[in-house]
Design a protein around this ligand. Structure first.
Ligand SMILES: [Zn+2]
Length: 318
């Protein structure tokens, strides 16, 4: 959706409320007390009332808008800007565009939108031929003070404090079509998934694989040690020694995704915190996975924001 269309569709707060109500009706409202699905709508106070037990549910509650005081229109504009821009957008830029006085609520709003992107993608395990490798992303440990960070013994490369280890999974299929010009990769890319690893133990690798990859898949990796158990969780595991001079040759899509994500994170957000890097990666993957959606992406994300469980967005540290 371009800017003109967006402004025409949502000229004011009321238009946004109407659209949000329509989406909640489509998704279905569940009473938190009795689980009832039938509700009366009370327009004056923007609340649903359960036909069974009379419990009231506000239009925002149960969605990611719960406990936010920002106007609906801010959320709509944020979702629009986050889906219509090719690259990402920083919270500072969003604050400027909204003309809002405070940075923090805008920053939180964007994190919640990213969380619902991740929760949405998390519902669909990836499959087919899955290239899998680790990527190391620059991040900063904001739980520690600058002095604490300075005092730490510096490690370099794998496991350094300035980096987050991320498991990157790219779903691909064999490309049987006639060879195209400039085509360097033998497979076609489908979907990508990225998961921050708390450590590099094989149990961590196992649980990430179980959570994100369908059993019916073929996993391709290099023969790094924490990848030894993979065959227990999927149909086939194909490990190959990668050529140190050209490591991207063996797992081409994973390496393309890692470098694109790094560029996006560094270019827009400069340095992200270890605590929230998963959200930024989720945003990157969500947009890549829906690259052919076009205008539909706005509506789909709005539905995700209205239907994803608020508690899972706020409490669960995905
Ligand atoms: Zn009820």
């Amino acid at each position: 959706m371009n800017l003109i269309k967006f402004i025409e569709s949502f000229p004011d707060e009321n238009a946004c409320i109407l659209k949000f109500k329509q989406i909640r009706d489509d998704v279905g409202v569940t009473c938190r007390k009795c689980g009832g699905k039938q509700h009366y709508w009370q327009q004056t106070i923007l609340q649903y009332q359960c036909k069974n037990c009379k419990t009231r549910t506000t239009l925002r509650s149960g969605t990611i808008l719960q406990s936010s005081n920002l106007p609906y229109r801010y959320w709509f504009i944020a979702i629009h800007l986050m889906t219509s821009t090719k690259k990402s957008i920083s919270a500072l830029e969003m604050q400027r565009q909204l003309g809002h006085k405070f940075y923090e609520p805008v920053w939180y709003m964007m994190q919640k939108i990213r969380k619902s992107m991740g929760a949405r993608d998390g519902q669909y395990p990836i499959n087919k031929i899955v290239e899998l490798d680790e990527g190391f992303f620059e991040s900063v440990d904001t739980d520690k003070s600058a002095e604490e960070r300075k005092g730490e013994k510096k490690k370099r490369g794998r496991g350094s404090q300035k980096q987050s280890a991320v498991m990157v999974m790219a779903s691909t299929v064999h490309d049987f079509g006639p060879p195209k010009k400039k085509q360097k990769k033998p497979t076609k890319f489908r979907y990508v998934r990225m998961a921050v690893m708390d450590n590099q133990k094989s149990t961590t690798v196992d649980s990430i694989i179980k959570q994100n990859i369908h059993y019916d898949s073929v996993i391709k990796t290099d023969n790094y040690t924490s990848f030894v158990n993979i065959k227990e969780n999927v149909w086939t595991h194909h490990a190959e020694k990668s050529d140190p001079a050209e490591p991207e040759k063996m797992l081409p899509w994973v390496h393309t995704m890692i470098s694109n994500a790094k560029r996006s994170l560094l270019g827009v957000h400069h340095m992200v915190s270890k605590k929230y890097i998963q959200n930024y990666l989720d945003e990157f993957c969500y947009k890549v996975n829906r690259r052919y959606y076009g205008e539909k992406m706005f509506d789909r994300l709005l539905i995700a924001c209205a239907s994803v469980n608020y508690n899972c967005v706020v409490n669960e540290n995905r």
